[in-house]
Design a protein around this ligand. Sequence first.
Ligand SMILES: NC(=O)c1ccc[n+]([C@@H]2O[C@H](COP(=O)([O-])OP(=O)(O)OC[C@H]3O[C@@H](n4cnc5c(N)ncnc54)[C@H](OP(=O)(O)O)[C@@H]3O)[C@@H](O)[C@H]2O)c1
Length: 277
Amino acid sequence: MKILIIGKGYLGTRCAVAWKNAVISDKIIATVKDVEELIDQHHPDGILNAAGVVGKPNVDWCETHQIETLKGNTILPLIIAEACQNKGIYLLHMATGCVFYGQSPHGGPWTEEDYGNPAAVYTKSKFAADLVLSTLPNVGIARIRMPFDSQSHPANLIDKLSKYEKIVDVENSMTVVDDMVDVFYKLLEKKAEGIFHVTNPGSIKHKEIMELYKKYVDPSHSNKWITEEDLVKLGLANKKRSNNIMTSINLKKYGITMRPIKEAVTEALKKYAKGKK
Ligand SMILES: NC(=O)c1ccc[n+]([C@@H]2O[C@H](COP(=O)([O-])OP(=O)(O)OC[C@H]3O[C@@H](n4cnc5c(N)ncnc54)[C@H](OP(=O)(O)O)[C@@H]3O)[C@@H](O)[C@H]2O)c1
């Protein structure tokens, strides 16, 4: 299977390195024709859209750069989807689980059938793309959350938490990147249609993560604990972050499973520690 990855950033590159026979493009896409040219050049069996605007240095940037954010996260996926529809190519689009804030209306974990309640510019722009792309055939939408990676990267939750002096102890679902890479490949192979919550089953608290971090990576590490309200009050974030617990109904329909969160996080931390040596 030949996969074309659009978007040569953090997660697109992680997939490109892991997959045999994948090509990754850093071409800036502005039109449907730009994507059709890439398809004609590479003849892929499927496309992963890993391009988007996540905000630099962080997602707060999107709050004041609405047009750039909407162009990158809402209009760009539509452009890529139109080219894929024209050429009959399967598209797997990278989306985010941060479209859910807090408790679901039914009290259980958020599923693919739940409607999002995005509150920030970034999450609204991503949810808008999910809504429209989910009306198309031959398209999969893969929602990931808080990438937790065995390889060091500034966007890896391990790198982020280990650098913060003050951390909020919240409980979340998250995506272990080694597992994400495998699930994405399977979704592309199966040309799976619909929305998929690509998060490891279960949830984990930041306190549990930092205990594991001390156990496997750095026993001398320390940090302070603050409340969610303090995060904004202390000026550490402009906008309250999404915290949530998700589950997947749709992955099972394609026979795809993921490792439980605590097992996957522990393995990732062990590998991360080896990489540091
Ligand atoms: N990282 C996370 O925490 C996270 C969580 C959930 C979902 N996601 C989603 O996963 C996807 C990949 O995220 P990432 O962390 O890998 O972000 P990233 O490192 O910023 O990569 C995104 C890439 O897309 C490129 N890009 C932006 N506009 C483009 C355009 N018009 N044409 C071609 N390329 C374009 C960017 O190029 P420039 O750098 O040159 O602008 C960048 O290389 C995004 O859709 C994001 O919303 C990420």
